[in-house]
Write a protein that binds this ligand. Sequence first.
Ligand SMILES: NC(=O)c1ccc[n+]([C@@H]2O[C@H](COP(=O)([O-])OP(=O)(O)OC[C@H]3O[C@@H](n4cnc5c(N)ncnc54)[C@H](O)[C@@H]3O)[C@@H](O)[C@H]2O)c1
Ligand SMILES: O=C(O)[C@H](O)COP(=O)(O)O
Length: 525
Amino acid sequence: MPKVLISDKMDPQAAQIFRDRGVEVDEITGLKPEELIKIIGDYDGLAIRSSTTVTKEILDAATNLKVIGRAGIGVDNVDIPYASSRGVVVMNTPFGNSITTAEHAIALMFAVARQLPEADASTQAGKWEKNRFMGVELTGKTLGLIGAGNIGSIVASRALGLKMKVVAFDPFLTPERAIEMGVEKVDLDTLLARADFITLHTPLTDQTRNILSRENLAKTKKGVRIVNCARGGLIDEAALKEGLESGHIAGAALDVFAVEPAKENALFGTPNLVCTPHLGASTKEAQVNVALQVAEQLSDYLMTGGVTNALNMPSLSAEEAPKLKPYMALAEKLGSLVGQLAQDDLDNIAVEVEGAAAELNIKPITGAVLAGFMRRYSDTVNMVNAPYLAKERGLDVREVRHAQEGAYQTLVRITVNTSEGTRSVAGTLFGNANPRLVEIFGISLEAELEGDMLYIVNEDAPGFIGRVGTTLGEAGLNIGTFHLGRRSAGGEAILLLTIDSAIPQPVLDTISKLPGVKRAKALKF
Ligand SMILES: NC(=O)c1ccc[n+]([C@@H]2O[C@H](COP(=O)([O-])OP(=O)(O)OC[C@H]3O[C@@H](n4cnc5c(N)ncnc54)[C@H](O)[C@@H]3O)[C@@H](O)[C@H]2O)c1
Ligand SMILES: O=C(O)[C@H](O)COP(=O)(O)O
């Protein structure tokens, strides 16, 4: 039974879903990194929010870990490249808390426009400072959205409802989508010059880090108010403090900070600053959503192989997974066959699907081909890290679909260009379930790729098969299955045998020296 650790506070329904789906679950929150390192080796899955940081050291200790699920959106607390290189799938729940977070951004915008926290504190202190708090209306003001994805677009729709004008800077926002959202797409400098309010809704990346830098803050309109409900590193906090103190920035509301938990921060106490402790996603509704989603996604992956919302692997729905599984088994075997037989250090591989296979999601099939193929370089390759390792090695991967059926109702073919020319192998599924090799280097040959196998390329000649049988027999090796194909009578032939045990090198050497043998190789599947 797979085992999952929930290491951050999560709605209790998550644990219940794991149990209902046959996954063992432990909930241990507040662990220090060294404590997590000690126990993580026991788990197949890890469910987190933003408090657990998944570092290289934790991943190195996570010897059984297959999947990390983030109950929320931001995954900047997970070393995704390293998780990928270790074959660990990383998933998030990209929509579960978007409305809640957008509402928090709007709430902060009102709070900063009307100085609500300070007015509240003053009133409850008995001061009745009616003349101290003079706010601004949102109606008619320009909101500058930096990032117009899921949350940004919800903020835009709410702001339009409040009769604001919305301009958006997002390099990936298409003009059509901008029109659909009712916003004006602008460049960053235009946004900075025109916005009365700026809200941030991008992930923290190398491109967005410090997007509101000192230089960019200086380009904002005097009296601008800034709301950050995305990630702390997006704003230069020291420059923001100076802007607030000088009065150039009329107010700022921050839910997120460069260093969290932000128990101390130079910004605290600055005038016209409103702060919340990373509460963007903290509503009952959002927490139920993300907890249910993450538990379902992790259970699906661990129990059925279904992949949803993965950041480092193509999606594979729980409905698709059973259909694709036999194809992935076939693809992995074909990839492994090519990897074992390739004599060159290949820099290209093409995956072609034909007939029924062409109607399926090709990405998992390609992932499986690469996993099989890349095993020639490393034993720890799987579908998650294979595409990354392939990219690292500069392997050019091509995918081709042929909707038309050929000789087989469904076919997967792998082709590589080698120094000796183009080579391809192909396989099909018998009964939609059983992977079979059907062609190897232009020769028709049907075989199951299973266990220890012996591959021989020879000149077709009388008595050859007998000599191979005798050599194996004399070495005490039992032939399980026997498959033969040839280009033409007397031409090049391929012999593929399953042997009940591994083939010792001296036996292979003897076979290689038999008359007519061009190549003999032991294979393992
Ligand atoms: N405060 C919270 O509790 C809380 C809750 C949920 C999400 N978040 C954070 O909010 C942010 C946005 O989440 P989302 O769901 O809208 O993400 P999203 O992926 O749907 O949208 C992000 C948008 O940013 C845009 N973008 C990327 N690079 C950019 C750049 N250089 N300049 C401008 N735009 C750029 C993308 O094109 C995309 O449209 C994330 O950082 C997420 O972690 C915070
Ligand atoms: O990216 C997110 O989903 C938010 O930052 C929420 O973080 P939390 O789950 O720690 O509240």
